[in-house]
Design a protein around this ligand. Structure first.
Ligand code: SF4
Length: 345
């Protein structure tokens, strides 16, 4: 493909119409194509069956793509499918489609790599490469956008590779684009952050009803700094204050992600400290740490995880143990990375 040949969704509507008329087609075909891409999540010209066959052939043959990304690998496991998605500059990011009772949710990457260097996280391993554009994020939702029965996804989670609030402007544009192009309301979007306090404050003032999920992982600064270097800049008390501020200002739910690591943050005392801090305010999701090759962290056994949950519950804190969704395909939290899976679709 010529580097000058923009993918279809990156063209302005005037450019789209010009493209179609230059191919001897009526301008309304542009709308028809947009409907295939955004409403039906179809990105393959050959499958746009109400376009003339000759047009589909020309568009395929000239190498024009519909979106600025393509699936180069996929691994499915029960109710989760992980996609390796190659961007125009060759960077590969990962997205995961997960089936729930309420519909399908797509976990989207917001950066290639990540600067935050959380100790248990595979995404941070190769460092930070670049921010993704809002169109690259939207393309992930379109590409990973349908379940095996052909239903379009209903929810989006910004919890893939990268720290969404470190790519603030593009992420906000993406949230607006989700509503405009795919009909996914911000109420169905969850943004997960490691606790960038100034951006959390800015987000609270944005007027978008996003659900916020904050990775806490420890209730004391010494332990949290061991797990998350960002804690040296934004310590626990500041993160907590920003969470209260977000919840007050937006009226939206804020939840806490707490990755349980054996011998690090899974003691009864850690549970007591966490409970004191969050009770009456925030739901806690407990996630036994996922094994990541070469990292050396271990998850506590099932009994210890349950004891931690019960300790929180006994203090009046709602806590859920998150199932290891997609664990066997490295599609769980902290396991998305910049690589192409060996298995291709
Ligand atoms: S857990 Fe999130 S913020 Fe932390 S390094 Fe991984 S991708 Fe970045």
């Amino acid at each position: 493909m010529s580097s000058l040949m923009k993918p279809f969704i990156l063209l302005s509507s005037a450019e789209q119409q010009l493209l179609l008329t230059s191919l001897g087609q009526p301008a309304f075909r542009a709308k028809q194509i947009s409907r295939w891409i955004f409403e039906r999540r179809v990105t393959d010209w050959s499958k746009m069956t109400d376009l003339p066959a000759s047009l589909r052939t020309v568009l395929s043959d000239e190498g024009r793509r519909t979106v600025p990304a393509e699936i180069v690998g996929a691994l499915a496991s029960g109710w989760a499918t992980k996609y390796a998605i190659r961007l125009d500059d060759g960077e590969v990011v990962e997205s995961v489609a997960m089936k729930y009772d309420y519909g399908t949710s797509v976990c989207v990457s917001t950066q290639a790599g990540c600067k935050m260097a959380c100790a248990f996280c595979a995404s941070a391993e190769g460092g930070y490469i670049r921010n993704l554009s809002s169109w690259e994020m939207l393309s992930q939702v379109i590409l990973a956008g349908k379940d095996s029965e052909g239903r379009a996804n209903t929810h989006v989670v910004l919890m893939g590779m990268g720290e969404p609030l470190d790519n603030y402007a593009e992420v906000i544009t993406f949230v607006h684009a989700l509503r405009e192009h795919l009909g996914i309301s911000p109420r169905r979007v969850t943004l997960s952050t490691c606790g960038l306090v100034p951006q959390m404050q800015r987000l609270a003032a944005e007027g978008l009803p996003l659900t916020l999920s904050v990775s806490l992982h420890a209730a004391d600064d010494i332990t949290r700094s061991k797990i998350m270097p960002i804690n040296q800049t934004y310590p626990v008390a500041d993160v907590l204050a920003a969470m209260h501020d977000y919840s007050r200002t937006t009226g939206r739910r804020v939840s806490i992600e707490y990755t349980l690591i054996s011998g690090i943050n899974d003691s009864p005392e850690a549970a007591r400290q966490l409970a004191e801090m969050v009770k009456g305010h925030f739901h806690v999701n407990l996630i036994p740490v996922n094994p990541v090759e070469g990292m050396g962290w271990e998850a506590p056994g099932a009994a210890r995880v349950e004891a931690f949950r019960k300790a929180l519950e006994s203090k009046g804190v709602n806590a859920t143990i998150r199932r290891g969704l997609g664990l066997e395909i490295d599609g769980s939290c902290g396991q998305l990375r910049r690589r192409t899976p060996r298995t291709t679709k």
